[in-house]
Ligand binder design. Structure first.
Ligand SMILES: Nc1ncnc2c1ncn2[C@@H]1O[C@H](COP(=O)(O)OP(=O)(O)O)[C@@H](O)[C@H]1O
Ligand SMILES: [Mg+2]
Length: 1044
């Protein structure tokens, strides 16, 4: 599990715990202070019980109570600590009835229903003026601002939604006797959500601003907030630029109510909020300037005074104010003055200026002020809508918030109250239609057993007001449009004439004696659903005509002020064509509103005012009882109580919950009604919990539905997992198949490629082999195409093989590779070269001593090779310098021969010439002679010059006979010697004495001189063993074994 998921889970757990704690707390709270949902009230038909519950809770600051899903809210007139972020979090995503009643619970429920059902909703907030409607709508908006998913972009929209409120309130709200922040216009606001629930945009419709307030306020009331905010909060520079002073008392339009300052209103800080909000909703700097220019110009207009000239015509008295109005609206002073004091009259072909009386001029001035303000207000609403406009055109869901001026009754009620109360009448009608009427009709239609709940249907009053030709509105319009002298009083008479008998209509003239006392002559009284209201008929025609003389309009068209220019386009339809009257416009806009609302799912907040003095903790029983009555709450409760909290068409119900029953999932084959029957049987609904109608299922208690919904939510996840698994499997399989196909393709290509390569290789091999065989067959022919390559190959092959198998030494020449026939000659040449190379190499490695030795050996070889039998044995025996060390030679002897340079000495066996006795002797060669030495004595010196020859046998013995020239008989004869180092000694001798040619190899026997003239013989033969003896014939017999 990822870290985040863990965190989420923890917070979920925490949240569950919190909810549980809250639920427990709310359970005990419920025991203590009344009942959270009137549906659970035992005496549900008793108004007193209803009131008791409301009062009990109100005194515990529990201002919210449900009637089913309808929220009843009682204005606490004090700040309660129940609108914190923490509270919002608590109510987010929790089932409606799990927590104590709250406006947040309703908002959250609407939001979640919208997301799950993908449809549009509206919240109708009703109640009389000051009951808390506007506050409620703000709380809902704030809740959405916090609870909706947020991104940078969405936050931007959220801020605009939130901040459009203070701006609209500044320009459209005012202090009245009923409410210090009373909405003087109707407002319907759409909040647009995307499918994830992100607030992506909004749109505002405004209804009939009470413009008359701009120029007139009753005692205790104020003009629209913005005027006071500007004067109180405006920066010094700004005020100077607008020509205003920081004192409301200086402005006639602000002082009529005599309450410019109110403790509950902080104009200064509100001003700051409005300034900031204007930038957030994208009103440019220059537009803001123009906007305040207009507000200031209205104040200046109010201070304009008129004097009558001699003829009684109006002239403008204070030129200073004129200057400011003309500056701020960007209209030349002259044009403006004329517009305010004259009227244009069309006379056949030309226009004539007709001057005003003072009274007329004041009227025209006020009309202009109202028109300017009214149209600027509309401009502002459009501006806000531009900034709230959702850029994305994909499908949106909508929650509409209707916060419209509440039912109001003053001591003097005029045209505005008539419109406002008519509006409330219409909304009450809508409420009745959607709840009491249609609901009961539906039970009947669906064939559900039902005992009708009686209720007062205010349609009769609506008809009285709006019916074509006969309704008050028709009569008023008729009177306004009628040629001739129509006045407010003729209008009254007309009403008396046309609708005199209506039970909800009374006038002074028509009333009975008692009632007449409460009515003035110019009054008419309507019995509204919410109570009686006496209207003073004075001003009705004027206000309905909303007359702005044409000249006034034309003057405005000269304006350089961008907003005024926009509000008074020169292309305005010709005033000759009668514009619709105010009340008709209003009526039409209400029809439009009803259409908008009827297309959406309704939710209700019913606001109740606990007292008339705006005081906390004061619960006026009479007042509240009255509201409970006319709001139809008791009837609503009875219908709810007897009826069903929830109903859906079989198809829709089945579609949503079919996953909860194995028989209906995934598809039900029968009719939807049967499917639902099967489904609820599976779910174990008890018989008193539901009813099955003709086309719909009706579920009595919300908890039944909630249980089902909860089960569905759980099941949905399981299903989603299954579907996801299937889908993932499918995707993976698809991917796998694709990969497999691709792999096969690649394999095919690869194999093809390899096969082609193999084929090429084989073709090549065949060619090569063919060529090879042909070459082989024609190898003996002279070079031609067929064998050239073969021969090259053979050559190359032989040469490379040869290179790797060369003999290591000259003696190894037998291992020379046998050449192919064509290379015989080459091979021979190469072999020769190689031998020479080896020899050369060998020779180079020879050291000088070894070279000397080898020279000797070569000489030995030339003397004995192939001549004497044991010669081969000698080859491997290296020669040495001498066999007798100097110190082994007797000193005396050495002394004697030293001067001749000692060359070589070797021990020998000398055989006496007579008797052949063997004797050990040293044979020493000097540069000049050979000496036979016996210890200290030189026995014989043989000068090399006298050395005649040397004989050796051809056999394996080691005998040598030195022949000396001997003429002197005293001289000793030839020497018969045996020497183990025969070859060495002889070679040395031949070398020292240069006696090579004197050395003879003989066969059989050697004759020698014993002494001159007397000869002896040495016979040589091969025998079984080596021996030397004197033979019978007197010869020395030397037998030697054969050398193999
Ligand atoms: N929930 C509330 N908590 C505290 N004060 C409230 C609450 N609702 C209304 N009020 C007080 O009542 C006054 C009038 O409420 P408002 O919503 O303007 O009435 P309406 O719009 O119905 O005429 C507010 O200015 C405020 O002081
Ligand atoms: Mg309001």
């Amino acid at each position: 599990m990822t870290h985040m998921a863990l965190e989420e889970r923890e917070s979920l757990e925490e949240r569950c715990n919190r909810i549980l704690r809250n639920m427990e707390a709310s359970l005990t709270a419920r025991d203590r202070v009344g009942i959270q949902d009137f549906v659970l009230l035992d005496a549900y038909t008793s108004e007193s019980a209803f009131l008791d519950n409301l009062r009990k809770r109100f005194h515990e600051n529990l201002i919210y109570t449900y009637i089913g899903t309808l929220l009843v809210s009682v204005n606490p007139y004090k700040d309660l600590d129940i609108y914190s972020k923490k509270q919002m979090d608590t109510y987010m995503g929790v089932n409606f009835f799990e927590l104590p009643p709250h406006i947040y619970a309703l908002a959250d429920n609407v939001f979640r229903t919208m997301l799950s059902e993908f449809n549009n909703h509206f919240i109708l907030i009703s109640g009389e003026s000051g009951a808390g409607k506007t506050e409620a709508s703000k709380k809902i908006l704030q809740f959405y601002a916090v609870s909706c998913p947020s991104t940078k972009l969405l936050n931007n929209v959220r801020d605009r939604l939130l901040l459009s409120n203070p701006v609209l309130e500044a320009f459209g709200n005012a202090k009245t006797l009923k409410n210090d922040n009373s909405s003087r216009f109707g407002k319907y606001m759409d909040i647009q959500f995307d499918h994830r629930g992100g607030a992506v945009g909004g749109h505002i419709l405004s209804y009939l601003l009470e413009k008359s307030r701009v120029v007139h306020q009753n005692h205790g009331e104020r003009n629209f907030h913005i005027f006071y905010q500007l004067v109180e909060g405006g920066e010094e520079d700004l005020l100077r630029w607008l020509g205003l002073e920081r004192n409301c008392k200086n402005y006639r339009y602000l002082v009529q109510g005599d309450c410019a300052k109110v403790s509950s209103i902080n104009d200064k800080s509100d001003w700051k909020t409005v300034r900031k909000a204007l930038t957030v909703i994208d009103v440019s700097e220059s537009d803001t300037e123009h906007l305040f220019g207009i507000i200031a110009s209205v104040l200046h207009l109010g201070n304009l005074k008129f004097d009558a000239d001699a003829r009684g015509y109006a002239t403008i008295k204070n030129n200073q104010e004129m200057h400011w109005v003309s500056k701020l609206l960007g209209i030349p002073n002259q044009v403006l003055q004329q517009g305010l004091t004259h009227r244009k009259i069309e006379a056949k072909t030309e226009e004539v200026l007709s001057p005003f009386s003072v009274e007329h001029a004041v009227y025209a001035r006020d009309a202009l002020a109202k028109a300017i303000y009214g149209r600027t207000f509309n401009w502002l609403v459009n501006k806000i809508n531009e900034s709230l406009a959702n850029q994305d055109s994909s499908r949106k869901m909508v929650v509409g918030l209707l916060d419209i001026y509440g039912f109001e009754v003053f001591s003097v009620n005029s045209f505005e109250q008539f419109c406002i109360n008519y509006c409330n009448e219409k909304l009450q009608q809508l409420f009745i239609q959607l709840t009491l009427k249609s609901e009961q009709e539906e039970y009947e239609l669906e064939g559900i057993e039902w005992e009708p709940v009686p209720y007062f249907n205010n349609k009769i009053i609506c008809d009285l007001v709006e019916e074509k030709f006969r309704g008050i509105i028709s009569l008023l319009d008729e009177e306004c449009l009628r040629p001739g002298e129509a006045t407010d009083l003729t209008f009254l008479e007309k009403m008396e004439e046309k609708i005199g008998g209506h039970p909800h209509f009374v006038t002074h003239k028509l009333a009975d004696k008692n009632t007449r006392k409460t009515l003035e002559r110019g009054d008419f009284r309507l019995l509204h659903y919410a109570g009686e209201v006496t209207y003073c008929v004075i001003g009705f025609l004027d206000k309905n005509n909303d007359l702005l003389y044409r000249s006034g309009k034309e003057v405005m068209q000269h304006s350089k002020n961008a907003i005024i220019k926009h509000c008074f386009p020169s292309s305005e339809p010709d005033s000759k064509k009668r514009p619709e009257t105010v009340v008709t416009q209003f009526k039409n806009s209400l029809v439009g509103l009803t259409e908008i609302l009827m297309s959406k799912e309704p939710w209700y907040v019913r606001c109740i005012k606990p007292n008339e003095s705006k005081q906390p903790a004061k619960f006026d029983d009479v007042l509240v009882r009255h509201q409970v009555k006319y709001l139809g709450l008791m009837e609503h409760l009875r219908v709810r109580r007897a009826g069903f909290a929830y109903r859906r068409k079989y198809e829709i119900f089945l579609q949503r919950y079919k996953a909860l029953c194995p028989d209906t999932w995934p598809n039900w084959k029968g009719t939807p009604a049967e499917g639902v029957r099967c489904l609820i049987k599976h779910l174990g609904y008890k018989t008193d919990e539901y009813k099955l109608g003709r086309t719909k299922i009706f579920i009595r208690h919300p908890r039944t539905l909630f249980a089902t919904e909860d089960a569905f939510q759980v099941c949905k996840h399981k299903l989603a997992t299954r579907i996801q698994a299937k889908y993932k499997g499918y995707r993976v399989k698809e991917g796998y198949l694709k990969q497999k196909e691709a792999a096969t393709k690649i394999e095919n290509c690869w194999r093809g490629l390899m096969a082609r390569k193999e084929r090429e290789r084989r073709a090549w091999a065949v060619k090569v082999i063919k060529k090879f065989i042909k070459g082989f067959m024609t190898r003996h022919q002279p070079a031609c195409i067929d064998n050239s390559e073969y021969l090259i190959y053979v050559r190359q092959n032989y040469l490379t093989r040869l290179k790797e198998n060369l003999p290591r030494s000259v003696l190894d020449m037998d291992s020379w590779l046998t050449p192919p026939p064509i290379l015989k000659e080459v091979s021979q040449l190469l072999q020769n070269i190689f031998v020479r190379h080896l020899v050369r190499q060998y020779v180079r490695e020879i050291t000088p001593p070894r070279k000397a030795q080898l020279l000797l050996k070569a000489q030995t070889s030339s003397m004995f090779k192939g001549k004497k039998e044991n010669y081969p044995l000698s080859v491997c025996r290296p020669f040495v310098e001498t066999r007798i060390a100097l110190e082994d030679i007797n000193l005396k002897v050495l002394q004697t021969i030293k001067h001749e340079h000692l060359k070589y000495g070797v021990p020998v066996v000398k055989y006496d010439r007579n008797g052949f006795r063997p004797r050990l002797r040293q044979l020493i060669f000097t540069q000049e002679a050979a000496y036979l030495v016996e210890e200290t004595k030189i026995k014989q010196r043989i000068d090399f010059a006298s050395l005649k020859g040397v004989s050796v046998s051809n056999l394996s013995d080691n005998f040598l006979i030195l022949h000396v020239t001997c003429d002197d008989i005293k001289q000793k004869g030839d020497l018969v010697l045996q020497c183990d180092f025969l070859y060495e000694a002889l070679t040395k001798l031949s070398f020292i004495a240069d006696k090579q040619s004197c050395i003879n190899v003989v066969q059989g026997s050697v004759r020698f001189d014993i002494q001159p003239g007397r000869e002896g013989f040495v016979d040589f033969k091969s025998g079984q063993e080596s021996m030397v003896y004197r033979a019978k014939n007197g010869h020395l017999m030397v037998e030697s074994t054969r050398t193999r």
